[in-house]
Design a protein around this ligand. Sequence first.
Ligand code: DGL
Length: 283
Amino acid sequence: MSIGVFDSGVGGLTVHHRLVERFPEADFIYLADQANAPYGGRPGEEIVELTRAGCVRLFEEGCDLVVLACNTAASVALRRLQQTWLPGYRRDVGRPVNVLGIVVPTIEAATGLPWEHEAQWREEKAEKLEILGVFSTPATTRSRVYEIEIDKRRQDVAVFSEPCPELARMIEANAPRDELAATIQGHVKALATRIGRNPDRAILGCTHYEIVADLFQAALPPGTPLIRQPDATADALERYFARHPEFQPGTGAVRRFLTTGEPGAQNSLVETFWGGPLRFEPA
Ligand code: DGL
């Protein structure tokens, strides 16, 4: 089988890149829904429907496992699809297909705890000691998934999210680095103003932002640790394969890149990050 990697656009390539390094022999098909990107400003129902359509496309290409390398899709759509659509779809296709997200691995990395960890509630609620900043799309911010799930597990961590409504679109559109830097500085400042100080650690909670992680690093106080979604997802997938030997990720080192948008080369920002040219086929 192939592993499908899905995002609204090029952001998920940051996760794909790390998965390929971690599983070099595995077969990968990447799907960018660039005809409908960005997802971050869309209503929830649309995000659910677009994510479902992306998964179907990848399953039809022969993937048995799809990784939603998109916080917006994972935080808004994944649970709904797992509960209401996937069981019936599995029955219809007669294969044990599955969809995984990147929010759970990120929360595991941020808390240092496995997802199943039950919060150890103490008599008195612990004083919040550490401030964790999350930069994400408006839809991910609205879902409050990072606040809710981290608060359940770590009472000593307070999460504050900053929505960045224009950033994924700017990255898709190859915006100049100085414009990207100014936008990112604005969001880092806005978050610090709201909290009253800078965060101690940060999550780049949109996979597009990993492409400009250096600009976030430069805008945050020196040395602020960033929780890296590509690493967290690769670690989680390794554990998943160990628990689910029925999913065999192939051995042909297949690399295909599909887009619902304009096929062909991707923009220079993406190619610089990728380290070379990258050609997409029509989905
Ligand atoms: N890269 C995506 C994410 O992680 C989607 C950005 C968007 O389409 O708005 O949220």
